[in-house]
Design a protein around this ligand. Sequence first.
Ligand code: ZN
Length: 304
Amino acid sequence: MRVIVLFIDGIGLGDNNSKTNPFIRFGFPVFEELFACSLQQDITPLLMPTKCIIPIDATLGIPGLPQSATGQAAILTGLNAAQIMGRHIQAFPGPELAKLITENNVMKKLVDDGLTVTSANMYSPNYFELVAKRKRRHSAITLAALSTGMSLRSLPEIESGQAIYQDITNEMLPTFGIDTIPVIEPKEAASKLVNISRKYSFTIFEYFQTDRAGHKQNWAYARQIIKILNEFIETIYQTLPADTLLLITSDHGNFEDLSVKTHTRNKVPLIALGVKAQTTISNITDLTGITPAIVEVLRKDESI
Ligand SMILES: [Zn+2]
């Protein structure tokens, strides 16, 4: 059995209001067809054997607005990172949180069990140079990937269809000085992700333009993002191998309420599609439940 995690930064379940919530104004056809409801806070949790959607808590019992570093750490480690750190920590983990992620994350746990894992994201060729110059910092997901000893995917991988850029379509690559990679349709990126996932027990892909659009309150960009994500997710679902479970989740709300620039305390969706969807996620109530569920389902599978 295999697991693909599609991590989408900053998407919560907001009001059923087209004035504030782009998921209501523009719709999200793939989810509406699968679950017969729009992506908003009044959804009825749906738990079927191979398709599930449940709202889960992202506030982790800590006051204030949930943030990416601690939220992603909770998803990746199964530990309540916000509680351990005493607050929600923004954007990129500092040394203490980085240590917690490096030592406890789902990718490392799976590798320690003899399973194979990967991050499908493409990193720019000068990524480590930028980190060394302190112009970039590792995200929680990058820290988890690096803790396994894997090499991050870069130009040679995206050139051979073995990596996906963070914007899915490569449109942003020229902004970062890379103009040799053609722009692709989201469905092509989806096929590449599914192909990558066939070689590993666990594959993660990180998308964060949703959080950016939310902070900018940019409706035009929000519309474009939903279109990209809809086609990307629909194709992954349609071509998902029979042995693969697709999990889609987020670290905190933001994008679902464009009336504010900030994150929200809304619940976030946890969506599971494919093999063992229901048995894997049915007991999860917050971000910390995801890693233990993935480790358990993959471990059980290996023991058969
Ligand atoms: Zn943010």
